[in-house]
Design a binder for this molecule. Structure first.
Ligand code: PXP
Length: 247
């Protein structure tokens, strides 16, 4: 069975759109609460909760992450930039896993995989530091051989293959090529003993193809589940995605 990590960042995006200036993140008129969303997601079958604590704190806030750590009963996956400040933060928080992602202030959302080749030394240092305290490191990478091979060489236990290029190509003639790129990447990662996760741009439509990528352990899905939840509620949205993932 493929597991589902629900990325709840966009619940915080909605809250920050109205209550950015408030000194607190919850209570009184402040809504919606990402922690409530996380608990309801778990109740509907989410296998883990993912948040990206960005340097600019545009959606998820520090207080959200602490409350999640105290509240959820599945796994907390912290997406973060590979910086000394975030490594220190993760060591204090003790999430179940960290996922290293690239961060660029201008981007609307994470736009490409982390370039492990260019960031080799600091990625290796982060993997080793996390390993020493029992936190798994996942590397969010493009599904290319050089990135996958180096991830294994650096001792990462997990990779998260970036499905964004495939999702963007879904309605174009490039779709089959992007799907094949993911299939080949997942096969290589598995051969190198990496646990294969995937994420970005996965939807209720493309999931029927995404789930055919071999060796998938977990999918991290945010935007489409949150969008569906506006109409159906989060529990139904999570249940429906889990059903389609494992049809
Ligand atoms: N995985 C990673 C590493 C991400 O950064 C994100 C959010 O950008 C996601 C998964 C979820 O992407 P989406 O919101 O498109 O489902």
């Amino acid at each position: 069975m493929i597991l589902l990590g629900v990325n709840i960042d966009h619940c915080a995006t909605l809250r920050q759109a109205r209550y950015r200036q408030m000194p607190v993140t919850v209570g009184g008129p402040i809504e919606p609460d990402p922690v409530t969303l996380a608990v309801l997601s778990e109740r509907a079958g989410a296998d883990g909760i993912t948040v990206h604590l960005r340097e600019d704190r545009r959606h998820i806030q520090d207080r959200d992450v602490v409350r999640l750590r105290e509240t959820i009963s599945t796994r907390l996956n912290l997406e973060m930039a590979c910086t000394p400040a975030m490594i220190e933060y993760a060591l204090k928080l003790k999430p179940d896993s960290v996922c290293l992602v690239p961060e660029n202030r201008q981007e609307v959302t994470t736009e490409g995989g982390l370039d492990i080749v260019r960031n080799r030394d600091r990625v290796k240092a982060c993997i080793d530091t996390m390993k020493a305290v029992g936190i798994k490191t996942s590397l969010f990478i493009d599904p290319d051989a050089n990135q996958i091979e180096l991830s294994a060489k650096l001792g990462a236990p997990w990779v998260e293959l970036h499905t964004g290029a495939y999702a963007n190509a879904y309605h174009t003639s490039a779709r089959a090529k992007q799907l094949e790129r993911l299939r080949v990447g997942a096969t290589l990662a598995h051969e190198l003993d990496l646990v294969v996760n995937a994420g970005h741009g996965i939807s209720y439509v493309n999931i029927s193809e995404v789930r055919t990528i071999p060796h998938l352990h977990e999918l991290n899905i945010g935007h489409s589940i949150l969008s569906r939840a506006l109409f159906t509620g989060i529990e139904e949205a999570v249940r429906e995605m889990k059903t389609r993932m494992n049809a």
